[in-house]
Ligand binder design. Sequence first.
Ligand code: FAD
Length: 325
Amino acid sequence: MTTWPCAAVPKAPLAARTTLRVGGTAEWLLEPASSSELAAAVQAVRERGMDLWLLGGGANLVIADGELPGAVIATDRLKRVWRWHGEGDPFAVEIPPEHFPEREIGASAWLVAWAGESMPGLVNRSKALGWTGIEGLAGVPGSLGGGVAMNAGGSWGELWDNVERVRILEPDGTIQDHGREFFTPSYRNAHLGPRIVLGAVLRLEQSHKIAVENKVREYLEHKRRVQPVTEWSAGCIFKNPPKEQTGGKGAGQLIDEAGLKGRSIGDAQISPLHGNFLVNRGNATGEDVMSLIDEVTARVADRTGIHLEREVKLWPAGGPLQAGS
Ligand SMILES: Cc1cc2nc3c(=O)[nH]c(=O)nc-3n(C[C@H](O)[C@H](O)[C@H](O)COP(=O)(O)OP(=O)(O)OC[C@H]3O[C@@H](n4cnc5c(N)ncnc54)[C@H](O)[C@@H]3O)c2cc1C
């Protein structure tokens, strides 16, 4: 019998762990409850020579039908957020964010969280505290770890604008804290390779609560108007190509101009509201979704000569975070 250093489920269904609600089962699903359990789980996966898949909030994933070989490590039990004074080890003492002395408008304020903390939860926390900086992430689902790995963001800013430090589980099994300058984040990619985010420190600025609340409300209202936010999706399927290539058109507009809004395969559909969102109308399979992505890629390329690069991660086609032997 296989034993693991944390909670573990064989043949675990994955669809409900993604916002698109497609995908088969994981050979193993591991659910560490602390960063040391996560490190031990990674070590155990490696010793067994298995592929390792790292699952945050599943908000940027398309998982194939059938069994995904290897072990999926989920971070959703690694949830906790606290504040830091700006000196010493930010991960050493977890001070509740509410325990903050008097407000000093314009002064730095730091939120620290483990990787499984939800990004909407962090935005809500910053709103409640009146700390400005991450309002642009309002309406972006998923975990802090996934947000750091993907450099989540949009026209109102990116998560890495506020990342000050990241605690990483390195591929050699050591745990290292790196300052922002160590990384080279770019559009929707922090270039972490096989590194695993255990936690991160976000630098915000103390502000007026009402100002932060207003910004969050404005961004959410905008998203509700232009994105199918109440449907099952994985957010934008494709990255926006460089503006010089498209005359400033985004991927959604190129898909719209190719006449693909509303196009469906099975229950997978290109959203009639936003061409870069693919929605699951109820019973889409991984195969439906991947076929539709392939069709959109081919039709936009035929029409414009532009090859759309995927933003979503495909499992297993995109490859594991760390390959087994
Ligand atoms: C309705 C909707 C709206 C969205 N809007 C936006 C938007 O405006 N901007 C935007 O950028 N995205 C958007 N997205 C996509 C998604 O929210 C982001 O990509 C988010 O950062 C994914 O985080 P996650 O935890 O769900 O990652 P997952 O989907 O679980 O994983 C994504 C990738 O990150 C890796 N990963 C996850 N956790 C870690 C970790 N701890 N360490 C290392 N690697 C890790 C995974 O292995 C995988 O490769 C949207 C999605 C939806 C459904």
